[in-house]
Design a protein around this ligand. Structure first.
Ligand SMILES: Nc1ncnc2c1ncn2[C@@H]1O[C@H](COP(=O)(O)OP(=O)(O)OP(=O)(O)O)[C@@H](O)[C@H]1O
Ligand SMILES: [Mg+2]
Length: 306
């Protein structure tokens, strides 16, 4: 369990992290979302003992990260922002070095290194010097070192940044597979990633916690929740007819797409019935779950989403 207690970090008069408190339990995959400079990386650095808080602290399974940093770090795997490593080593040498630094038993070092290499699909480059690897492969090496000691807690700062689409999927699959009995905290700017891997989201801006909820609950705060969007010929005429339906509260036409906002239940059925009755040519039609980007924007630009 991680217990964060009034954690703050100031640089001079500037508060990068401002009085954060929250608890994370095993099985939770927590996503930090927030604009650039929100304090996500700073918070992660304090949780992993790389940065001393100005005030407050965090307990990792009851161990204080400020008072007992070395012990607290043992159960944590950490992928720092930008995935720094030792560029002059080969992948295998670096992972071996990390394994020994993690005090993995001498007889288990090779097995741990092989396991991490296999999990991150690094076998083809294991003898290559890290500084000659592409950005995505460097990130994969960073992920491999984070899981080398099979830690109970994983803190991953933008784990899929710079990965190709296949590797993004692969890393998300890996995170989901590891999630069951671990605590995983990731930061990301990719909203689909939050929906794909997280079961809890914290939206942070200017060092403060603005929302703490499940992705599904956040999406339901969107004004698009249960709206119906369609692409249709003669959109303006269609808009004025559909706008008369009692189930429609409001109509918007944006870049050729018509969106109908609900006034109570039954909107989708009413719209499809009207489309058939009028034999309109519809090339796309969907019931919206909600839009996380809109919720993110609303929350981080001052107003709380309804
Ligand atoms: N050593 C430092 N001295 C002064 N200000 C700093 C220092 N380190 C970080 N900051 C500031 O603290 C704020 C939070 O930075 P942080 O890296 O935590 O943001 P972030 O949420 O991770 O952003 P991003 O999404 O861009 O990674 C920023 O305004 C940053 O400029
Ligand atoms: Mg960051």
């Amino acid at each position: 369990m991680i217990e964060v207690k009034s954690l703050s970090k100031s640089y001079g008069v500037f508060k990068a992290v401002d009085d954060l408190s929250f608890t994370v339990r095993a099985g939770q995959v927590l996503g930090f979302l927030g604009p650039n400079g929100a304090g996500k990386s700073t918070t992660m650095k304090m949780l992993t003992g790389f940065l001393t808080p100005t005030s407050g602290t965090a307990l990792i399974n009851g161990i204080d990260v400020v008072e007992n940093s070395v012990l607290a770090r043992k159960t944590i795997g950490y992928l720092p922002e930008g995935a720094p490593s030792y560029g002059e080593m080969t992948v295998q040498q670096f992972l071996g070095f990390v394994a020994r630094a993690r005090l993995i038993d001498k007889n288990s070092v090779a097995v741990s290194v092989d396991r991490a290499i296999e999990k991150l699909n690094l076998s083809d480059v294991k003898h290559q010097v890290i500084e000659t690897l592409s950005k995505g492969f460097k990130r994969r090496v960073g992920l491999a070192q984070a899981i080398i000691h099979d830690p109970q807690i994983l803190i991953l700062d933008e784990p899929t940044d710079g990965l190709d689409p296949n590797q993004k999927r692969e890393v998300r699959r890996l995170i989901r597979a590891m999630a069951k009995d671990k605590i995983i905290i990731i930061s990301t700017h990719i909203l689909e990633e939050v929906e794909a891997v997280c079961n809890r989201v914290m939206i942070i801006a200017e060092g403060r916690l603005l929302a703490d909820d499940s992705p599904q609950a956040l999406i339901m705060r969107s004004r698009y929740h249960n709206a119906v969007s369609l692409v249709v010929d003669a959109a303006e005429k269609v808009a004025s007819i559909l706008g008369e339906l009692p189930q429609v509260a409001r109509v918007e036409l944006n870049e050729g797409e018509l969106t109908l906002f609900p006034a109570g239940d039954g909107l989708f059925e009413a719209v499809t019935a009207t489309i058939s009755a009028n034999q309109w040519q519809v090339s796309a039609l969907r019931l919206e779950a909600g839009r996380l980007d809109e919720v993110f924007h609303t929350i981080t630009s001052g107003g709380a989403a309804a």
